[in-house]
Design a protein around this ligand. Structure first.
Ligand SMILES: [Fe+2]
Ligand SMILES: [Fe+2]
Length: 345
């Protein structure tokens, strides 16, 4: 896939990367995790699980968090490969010096919690090693913007996941919850960083929005490959723990809009996304629809409908008969499609 960012954009990306390298915040150091406390007592969690969730389910939820985080090396290699292939030092340095070392300790609160629940450390280490040995194929867009946008979505989802696990375990083990929250805060930062990297690339080459659309359509949480026997339970386990998937998707819509800062472009992005997903909207191919709407100068309302449906303040202006007919045809469909664009299913 073609990838281009002009010199000024590269400079902006280098500067941003450098600012993160200078001030990456505090990583979750193994000892720092333990500083929070010794008495985990995760085993008492059985008494305070949400309705419909058994201890086996919770064990799976912890295991999924552990295995996903323990496979950092796999994603690290993939991202580094893209950075090297495209010769983008800003991504390579960020990945090697900040993101990867940061992620390496994220599995620890999960590891400790699982040990507290009766797992042998040697078994957990073996499981993680087997996951790392598995062939990993990144199914997204293998360009720098493909990676940073993948990172934005993945980090947001992971942030939400740590949040619900911490909430679930808090009553029985505030220590375990605090440790997981410590990790969660790093994911929040990662989301901001990846999103900003993506926005800078788009700012200097708006054509790259198409790759954002494709990367969104192709997005798959990496655990589907890292922990394929467990990953299929991710959505269900998250739901049991009270994950608000709509809020997650709402954030993604907001990030997308932040990339464009323009409802017309957000509208086009949504149509590109629908096309990349192979959706049809009101029986129409989104690509054709995009051309028609561009001709009518009406891409904006697609963006407006999507943003409005997620509660972002958008006033949809009244327009003439033909446009109104197209709008009413599409409104329901667009809202439905965006709502089902759950990234964690
Ligand atoms: Fe992480
Ligand atoms: Fe992260």
């Amino acid at each position: 896939m073609d990838y281009f960012v002009p010199e000024a954009g590269i400079k902006a990306l280098e500067d941003y990367s450098l600012s993160i390298l200078k001030d990456p915040g505090e990583f979750v150091h193994p000892d720092l995790t333990r500083e929070i406390g010794e008495g985990l007592d995760v085993s008492a969690v059985g008494r305070s699980l949400p309705e419909g969730m058994g201890i086996e389910d919770f064990r799976d939820a912890l295991m999924l968090g552990y295995r996903t985080e323990a496979a950092t090396e796999t994603y690290d290699h993939q991202f580094q490969m893209v950075a090297d292939l495209f010769g983008v030092g800003w991504l390579g340095r960020f990945n090697a010096e900040v993101w990867s070392p940061d992620e390496k300790t994220h599995n620890l609160p999960y590891f400790d919690s699982l040990v507290d629940l009766g797992y042998y450390p040697s078994d957990l280490i073996r499981i993680a090693r087997e996951d790392l040995a598995r062939e990993f194929e990144h199914r997204g867009v293998l360009t720098p913007i493909g990676v940073t946008w993948f990172g934005t979505i993945q980090e947001r989802v992971t942030d939400g996941y740590h949040g619900v696990v911490a909430k679930t375990v808090r009553a029985s083990s505030p220590v375990a919850a605090d440790r997981i929250v410590r990790v969660r805060k790093r994911e929040t930062l990662h989301t901001v960083w990846y999103n900003r990297f993506t926005a800078i690339q788009v700012q200097y080459n708006p054509e790259l929005l198409e790759q954002v659309a494709i990367a969104t359509a192709k997005f798959e949480m990496p655990e589907h490959q890292v922990a394929p026997d467990l990953a299929h339970r991710g959505g269900e386990l998250g739901q049991m723990m009270g994950a608000d998937y709509r809020a997650w998707v709402r954030d993604l819509v907001r990030y997308m809009h932040e990339l464009t800062n323009d409802v017309n472009k957000t509208g086009r992005l949504m149509l590109d996304l629908a096309a990349a997903r192979g959706d049809s909207l009101a029986g129409m191919n989104p690509k054709i629809l995009r051309s028609v709407l561009t001709f009518l100068r009406q891409n904006g309302f697609v963006g407006e409908i999507v943003l409005e449906s997620f509660g972002f303040d958008q006033r949809i202006p009244q327009s003439n008969g033909l446009v109104n007919r197209i709008k009413s045809l599409l409104r329901h469909q667009i809202v439905r499609h965006v709502n089902v664009a759950g990234v964690y299913s």
